[in-house]
Design a protein around this ligand. Structure first.
Ligand code: SF4
Length: 199
């Protein structure tokens, strides 16, 4: 028989088993039943566990996100708990105060969840769809590159330099994503590439 049991689940079961067995062995059968009746349900029971990376800084700590709601059944999943990933080589389950407060950021009323645009002649930001935002970004990049790309320097040496646009990437990411970002940005000729960790 295969039993799919996480380390956390194992510890919980082991703890409950020891308590119940001890009470039973001491002849407190009723106490055991009463104990069971008052034990709170494990708060992460029936949640979905998702691995991710803290979005804040270049340390890129591993986190475990627990959500409730069956997405496959059309329900909206809600994040109910976030904690450090004990199996992550960077942080081994620990989080700094910012990382420990991630759930509050996720649920913050002031958190932006859609792109916004300030159109010419107005002082307010309007929400737009991701498709519209990406189309606008692609159009602006293409127009600026076409207008400002430097193909050769004064000596006639090909340089393919695009210095009128910069790119701010994210450091809290995987090696593979960072590699792809670097290749994409440099392939376009962008010289100004940076991220929040200055690495
Ligand atoms: S938990 Fe703290 S140290 Fe770790 S990535 Fe997030 S902000 Fe950085």
């Amino acid at each position: 028989m295969n039993i799919d049991l996480s380390r956390r689940g194992f510890l919980k079961l082991a703890g409950a088993g020891v308590a119940a067995t001890s009470l039973g062995a001491l002849g407190f059968g009723d106490a055991e039943a009463a104990e069971k009746a008052h034990v709170r349900a494990f708060k992460l029971a029936s949640t979905t566990e998702t691995r991710n990376t803290c979005t804040y800084c270049s340390v890129a700590c591993g986190i475990l996100i627990y959500s409730k709601g069956d997405v496959a059944a059309g329900e909206q999943a809600t994040i109910v708990h976030i904690e450090g990933d004990a199996d992550h080589p960077t942080n081994r389950g620990t989080l700094c105060p910012k990382g420990a407060a991630l759930k509050d950021i996720v649920h913050s009323e002031s958190r932006l969840t859609t792109p916004r645009i300030r159109r010419p002649g107005t002082d307010r930001f309007d929400e737009i769809s991701w498709d519209e935002a990406l189309d606008k970004i692609a159009r602006a990049l293409k127009d600026d590159r076409d207008a400002n790309i430097v193909l050769k320097n004064d000596a006639g040496v090909p340089v393919n330099r695009w210095t009128s646009t910069g790119f701010l990437a994210a450091s809290a990411t995987t090696n593979e994503t960072a590699w792809l970002t670097y290749k994409t940005v440099r392939a376009m000729g962008i010289a100004g590439l940076d991220n929040q960790a200055r690495v």
